[in-house]
Ligand binder design. Structure first.
Ligand SMILES: Cc1cc2nc3c(=O)[nH]c(=O)nc-3n(C[C@H](O)[C@H](O)[C@H](O)COP(=O)(O)OP(=O)(O)OC[C@H]3O[C@@H](n4cnc5c(N)ncnc54)[C@H](O)[C@@H]3O)c2cc1C
Length: 581
């Protein structure tokens, strides 16, 4: 079956829906999602969305810019960061006017809380300038993503956006370098459909599911990133994966940084607030990469609770009333998943794979790029976590990613509107579904072979061990061999359930292909980058090396394997400095 639309957006998270709101007026816009839209991972975002509104205390856009550049360990492109931070206040007020129910200050303004790495400048008692945490994250209790996602979905319904829910996108249709649409599997009936369009935008989210301990939803299998990679589009900075400091032990379900923003303490087995040894000024509110390494070091050096691989997040001094009002979800999670009453007991936590800084390279208008020189792929856009602009560089600051998704969903929407003014529906190449049909034909014909679960479990275990918080050359080399071995085994994968209706085994096999494909790019990039920067920490190269590595990695898929090229970082006012907090 062929569907025709002016624009097809893949992904119903904040990036996809914000772009749909922008473009749906005069054009026929479709949103495809493998999940029901409001189940997208954006809905799990708890803590907040950053903007220097200054509602609770003085704040400036320049401070937000500086924090983001510094947080990125100077790998973020400063033109993109300037733009995002400058557009942040408008983007928030727009959300407010669309109906997002933000928490409020006493005067009725949007309430703001502290988050790691977001700071203001003050003078200390000796008249020296220093930076301390600032109230910058706009929030709605600890359900910020949930309320924004639902509001945007309502706005899309009102604007007659056409939703294809529970369709799993398989491939981009690229013809002579132009994107003309895509193919997708209708999960309900097991049929392949073609979507023919003037433009395609990906808002397909992150790739945390390649790791065993992760805060990410099952759906975050990096499909969009892998689909673009297979279509000949490079991937940027894939080695930068953020590990969040506070995942609920043992699975890694997220305990928002908002818990530390509200004053939570991190303690080791001796009850010591160990962050004083790592980031004495900002303590628990240091950026994520630093807090994560501090926790992992405490665990590795035997100061985990009872010698186990977790430490404590202590909220008991915050008080029952405050917890109920400001962190209701977290107290609920602790109860449900760990049997802990956060009002009276500390919560067991460990670092958890959380956010993908890398992804599909784009320019500041959301155009996907086909090389490190900035060449645009006609008709193909990306925004949100699947893209790399790069505003987060080597380490994202908390609450900057909802902002990234909203600002760049909106910007990509505006750029697409311009493009659609004179774009045409170009003829499709012959048999656009041929390759997908071959894959399906092969899978449905298998009678024996490898089990997808076994391959997936091994990948995730080993990625957490060898390509996690701390990395080194020998571990990464072993990991690369493991990925290649698993890719070989995948060729012999067996689909045991041959039904067509909601065949979740089939979907998981397709997701596994994607996990393997982009994990290869993560590990290859990580092995090559012989320095420590942000979330990428090489114990065998313990320094940041600006001379050699102040550049973005571009991974290309070639017949001989992955080839890496590099692109300089855009630096404007902020020259790289040592990153201390
Ligand atoms: C637990 C948690 C808490 C977080 N808290 C915060 C926070 O407080 N503040 C903050 O700034 N950030 C937070 N983040 C990060 C932030 O939520 C995400 O980066 C952001 O929401 C991503 O939005 P997105 O629109 O790019 O993708 P998502 O919301 O992940 O949506 C992806 C969409 O793509 C669709 N899709 C994917 N693959 C396919 C396919 N093959 N076919 C069809 N559809 C597909 C999915 O169905 C989904 O609709 C958090 C993340 C997690 C995991």
């Amino acid at each position: 079956m062929i569907h025709k639309h002016d624009l097809v957006i893949v992904g119903a998270g904040l990036a996809g829906l914000r772009a749909a709101v922008e473009t749906s007026g005069d054009y026929n816009v479709a949103v495809i999602s493998k999940l029901f839209p409001t189940r997208s991972h954006s809905g799990a975002a708890q803590g907040g969305i950053a903007a220097a509104l200054g509602n609770e205390e003085k704040d400036t856009i320049d401070w937000h810019i500086f924090d983001t550049v510094k947080g990125s360990d100077y790998l973020g492109d400063q033109d993109a960061i300037y733009q995002m931070c400058n557009e942040a206040p408008d983007a928030i007020y727009e959300l407010e006017h669309l109906g997002v129910p933000f928490s409020r200050t006493k005067e009725g303004k949007i309430a703001q809380r502290k988050f790691g790495g977001h700071t203001k400048e003050i003078k200390d008692e000796n008249g020296n300038t220093k930076r301390v945490p600032v109230l910058r994250a706009c929030y709605s209790a600890d359900r910020t993503g949930h309320v924004i996602l639902h509001t945007l979905y309502e706005q899309c319904v009102k604007r007659n956006v056409h939703f294809y829910s529970e369709y799993f996108v398989l491939s981009l249709i690229m013809d002579e370098g132009i994107c003309k649409g895509l193919t997708a599997l209708d999960l309900r009936y097991g049929e392949i459909h073609t979507f023919h369009s003037k433009a395609v935008m990906f808002g397909t989210g992150g790739y945390g599911r390649a790791f065993r301990v992760t805060s990410n939803a099952y759906a975050n299998s990096g499909d969009g990133v892998a689909i673009a990679f297979r279509a000949g589009i490079p991937l940027e900075d894939m080695e930068f994966v953020q590990f969040h400091p506070t995942g609920l032990y043992p699975l890694g379900i997220l305990v928002t940084e908002g818990a530390r923003g509200e004053g939570g303490y991190l303690k080791n087995k001796d009850g010591e607030r160990f962050m004083k040894n790592y980031a004495p000024t900002v303590m628990e509110l240091a950026p994520r990469d630093m807090v994560t390494r501090s926790i992992q070091t405490e665990i590795n050096e035997g100061r985990g609770i009872d010698g186990k691989d977790y430490v404590h997040l202590d909220l008991t001094h915050i008080g029952a009333e405050n917890l109920k009002e400001r962190l209701p979800e977290i107290t609920g999670f602790a109860k449900t998943y760990a049997g802990i009453d956060a009002v009276t007991q500390p919560i067991p936590i460990l670092p958890t794979a959380h956010y993908s800084m890398g992804g599909i390279p784009t320019n500041i208008n959301g155009n996907a790029l086909s090389d490190e020189k900035g060449t645009i792929v006609q008709g193909f856009y990306a925004a949100g976590e699947c893209s790399c602009i790069s505003v987060h560089g080597a380490n994202r600051l908390g609450t900057n990613s909802l902002l990234d998704a909203v600002v760049h969903g909106r910007r990509a929407g505006k750029a697409i509107l311009k493009y659609l003014e004179d774009a045409e529906l170009l003829p499709l190449p012959k048999n656009p579904e041929e390759k997908d049909r071959e894959v399906f034909g092969h899978l449905y014909a298998t009678t024996s072979g490898e089990n997808a679960d076994k391959i997936r479990v091994r990948l995730k275990e080993q990625m957490t061990l060898k390509c996690g918080v701390f990395r080194n050359e020998s571990g990464l080399k072993e990991m690369l061999d493991i990925v290649h071995e698993l890719e070989e085994r995948y060729k012999n994968i067996h689909l045991s359930h041959k039904g067509k209706i909601f065949n979740t085994e089939l979907m998981e096999i397709l997701e596994l292909r994607n996990l393997l494909e982009f994990s290869d790019a993560i590990v290859t990039g990580a092995l090559e980058r012989t320095e420590c920067r942000g979330a990428h920490w090489r114990t065998d190269h313990p320094k940041r090396d600006d001379k050699k590595w102040l550049q973005h990695t571009f991974a290309f898929k070639t017949e001989k394997g992955i080839e890496l090229k590099y692109k300089p970082v855009t630096i404007l006012n902020h020259q790289p400095q040592e990153r201390k907090y």
